[in-house]
Ligand binder design. Sequence first.
Ligand SMILES: Nc1ncnc2c1ncn2[C@@H]1O[C@H](COP(=O)(O)OP(=O)(O)OP(=O)(O)O)[C@@H](O)[C@H]1O
Length: 303
Amino acid sequence: MTEIRLRDVSRWYGNVVAVNGVTMTIGPGVTGLLGPNGAGKSTLIHMMGGFLSPSSGTVELDDEPIWQNPRVYTRLGLVPERESAYDFLTGRQFILAMAKLHRLAEPGRAADRAIAQVEMEQAADRAIGTYSKGMKQRIKMASALVHDPAVLLLDEPFNGMDPRQRLQLMDLIRRMAAEGRTILFSSHILEEVERLAGHIEVIVAGRHAASGDFREIRRLMTDRPHRFRVRSGDDRALAAAIIADGSATAVELTPDGLAVQAADFGRFTWLLPRLARDAGVRLWEVVPADESLESVFSYLVAR
Ligand SMILES: Nc1ncnc2c1ncn2[C@@H]1O[C@H](COP(=O)(O)OP(=O)(O)OP(=O)(O)O)[C@@H](O)[C@H]1O
């Protein structure tokens, strides 16, 4: 079984602590590394891929240190976030060059296999500069797969993709996982992670915030107190109805509508339209006031 194990890993750049005491284990299947921008996801992925040394702690693949260990690199494939291919090369030339860098015995055959895995046979002899974003992502995947690694690390693979490209890439990642690989992908978009990963690791401001089954983490997120901004035909009457019902822990009249803090997200969103109807008040707008990932994550960290 292929496992990446991080033990008390920190990484700093000068005074900036990008990753702070992270301990986690990534096993076979698809794991989502979820966190807001700047949380330290790329830094973690680069340490797992052997591109960056931990400042302290250990990063291992099946009990072998990853940093400066070429034997381990043959078992890892990393797809970076930025564009990493030369536009003037064709897809096939690029993958072949990667196969040769890995000193594979049959580079041509390995390149063909990787190109077929990402279903890029049709476009393989066109210059990469002419590819769409989704095709570029797939050719980057092929370059990471050319040596048939057991581990695939993908940094924000869905960035800039349209919905169709996104679905295709999700299918491809699922297929790679079904073949028994250990796959980790990073994202700051909850829905992406929900659709693809059974297991998630959440990272916030360099710290490990939560780990486990998606539903469990989703529940932690939705069970927290929620703040809403509510605008209606008669804010004062609606405030009275909400207070009388006891479904909110705080209600405040503001020039911008009502600021409401609800203890139970599900119950409050179900109840509010009914309360308004019974009070004869027309609801104009209900906006979550703290739905940014940042605030959701901060809640998880503060627990
Ligand atoms: N080479 C560097 N020099 C200095 N600071 C850096 C460097 N690389 C990253 N950082 C800082 O480390 C922190 C974590 O960055 P990292 O890129 O790992 O986060 P991320 O979660 O991948 O974010 P994003 O989704 O925006 O790429 C950020 O505060 C970033 O500014």
